[in-house]
Design a binder for this molecule. Structure first.
Ligand SMILES: [Zn+2]
Length: 349
C-alpha cells in the first residue's frame, strides 16, 4: 500500500514543514521556504509519490511565478533526497562529504530490486518488505548534486539568511544543519530523531558516529539559539527536547561502552538496552543494533560493516523483540577505569 497523507505546519514568514503521516523507516520531515524571490526545499520525501504530494502542497504556498528551484539535502540517505526528481531543474546542495557518501549507498533502483526480490521467509527479506515495501523507486533515477561545499554556506532569500553548516561525521559522513535565524528555526537532518510524550518517535540509527560526535552535532544545534528545531524524523522540538535527546544519546553511549568493556557482542548489547526498557515509547528498538554496532566499531578501530550485514542484525533483533525473546539479563555495572572515583551521594537528612 503506498503511503499518503502528511501535514504542513506553517512556521511563519514563508517557512513550512511537511510532517509525514506517521513514524517509521524512511518517513522524513521536509522544509519549504517560499518567498517572492524564490523557493527552496530542505530535504525531500523518499519516493516520487510522496515527493509529488509534498510538491503539490508546496505549490499551493508558492507566490505567483515562483517554483522550487533549490534543494538543500541534509545528508545522503535516500529518505532525504531521492524525491528530488520531481523538481528536475532545481539546484541540489550537499556537503562534499555527502557527495562522496552517495557512492556507498545503493541506488534507488538497486534498492527497489533488492526489496522486490527479497525472500519473505528470511528475517531480512520479511523486514525489508514490511518497512520498505510501501515505497516505489522503480522509476527513480539517482539524484546528482549540483553544488557541494565544505565548512559553511550562506544563502539569502528575500532578505532572509539561510545558514548551512557542514558537520563532522555523525549520523552519516557529510551531515549538515540549516539555520534560518529570522525564523528562529534549525533543520537538523538525522543528527536528531524527535520524540515527545504526545508524539513518540523512533529510536535513531547512526551509521557514522561515534556517538560523541552525534552529541556534539546536537550541541551545535542548540548553539544556534533557535527556538524551533525540525529533526530529520519525528515531531518538532524546542531546546529542551534537544537536551532530552542528548540525554538519550549519552545513555546509549554509556551502555554501549559498558557492554563493550564486558565483552558482550553487539546483538546482545542491543537486546540488553531494549530489556532495560528505558524508552518504552520509542518505535523501532531494533535500530539500536545499528547505533551500538557503530559505537563498537569506533571502540575497536574497525572498518565500516556492510549495510546488509547490519540490516540482517536489525531484522534478527526485530524478530526476537516481536516474539518476546528478551531475556532477564543479570545487570552489568558501568565500567570504571582505574583512578576514576565512584560517584559520591550526598547524605540525606
Ligand atoms: Zn532519515
Amino acid at each position: 500500500m503506498p503511503i499518503t497523507g502528511g501535514d504542513i505546519v506553517d512556521l511563519g514568514q514563508g517557512l513550512y514543514v511537511w510532517l509525514p503521516p506517521h513514524r517509521g523507516w524512511g518517513l522524513a520531515n521536509c522544509g519549504l521556504l517560499a518567498t517572492p524571490e524564490g523557493a527552496l526545499w530542505i530535504d525531500t520525501p523518499y519516493d516520487r509519490a510522496l515527493a509529488g504530494q509534498f510538491l503539490a502542497a508546496s505549490q499551493q504556498r508558492l507566490p505567483e511565478g515562483v517554483s522550487v528551484d533549490r534543494v538543500i539535502v541534509t545528508h545522503a540517505n535516500g529518505d532525504h533526497f531521492w524525491g528530488a526528481g520531481v523538481v528536475p531543474d532545481a539546484e541540489i546542495i550537499v556537503t562534499r562529504g555527502a557527495r562522496e557518501h552517495i557512492h556507498f549507498e545503493p541506488t534507488p533502483q538497486q534498492q527497489h530490486a533488492l526489496i522486490a526480490s527479497g525472500d519473505p521467509d528470511t528475517p531480512l527479506g520479511a523486514y525489508l518488505s514490511r518497512h520498505f515495501g510501501p515505497f516505489d523507486w522503480s522509476e527513480t533515477e539517482p539524484v546528482v548534486p549540483t553544488t557541494y561545499f565544505t565548512g559553511e554556506l550562506e544563502l539569502t532569500l528575500d532578505g532572509h539568511p539561510v545558514r548551512i553548516a557542514a558537520l563532522p561525521p555523525a549520523h552519516t559522513t557529510g551531515d549538515l544543519i540549516v539555520h534560518l535565524p529570522d525564523h528562529g528555526t534549525v533543520f537538523t537532518g538525522d543528527v536528531i530523531f524527535g520524540s515527545t510524550p504526545e508524539r513518540p518517535g523512533d529510536h535513531p540509527c547512526h551509521w557514522a558516529g561515534p556517538l560523541s560526535q552525534v552529541i556534539e552535532a546536537c550541541e551545535a544545534v542548540l548553539a544556534t539559539g533557535a527556538e524551533t528545531v525540525v529533526p530529520g524524523h519525528g515531531p518538532l522540538l524546542g531546546p529542551s527536547g534537544v537536551r532530552d535527546h542528548i540525554d538519550y544519546l549519552g545513555h546509549v553511549r554509556e551502555r554501549a561502552h559498558t557492554f563493550h568493556a564486558a565483552g558482550i557482542p553487539v546483538p546482545e548489547a542491543a537486546l540488553r538496552i531494549v530489556a532495560e526498557n528505558r524508552h518504552p515509547d520509542l518505535g523501532l528498538p531494533e535500530r539500536l543494533a545499528v547505533t551500538v554496532g557503530t559505537e563498537y566499531r569506533h571502540l575497536n578501530g574497525a572498518a565500516q560493516t556492510g549495510v546488509f550485514e547490519v540490516m540482517s542484525e536489525v531484522a534478527a533483533l526485530a524478530r526476537d523483540i516481536e516474539q518476546g525473546l528478551v531475556p532477564d539479563f543479570a545487570p552489568v555495572r558501568p565500567h570504571r577505569s582505574v583512578g576514576e572515583s565512584a560517584p559520591v551521594r550526598a547524605a540525606g537528612p
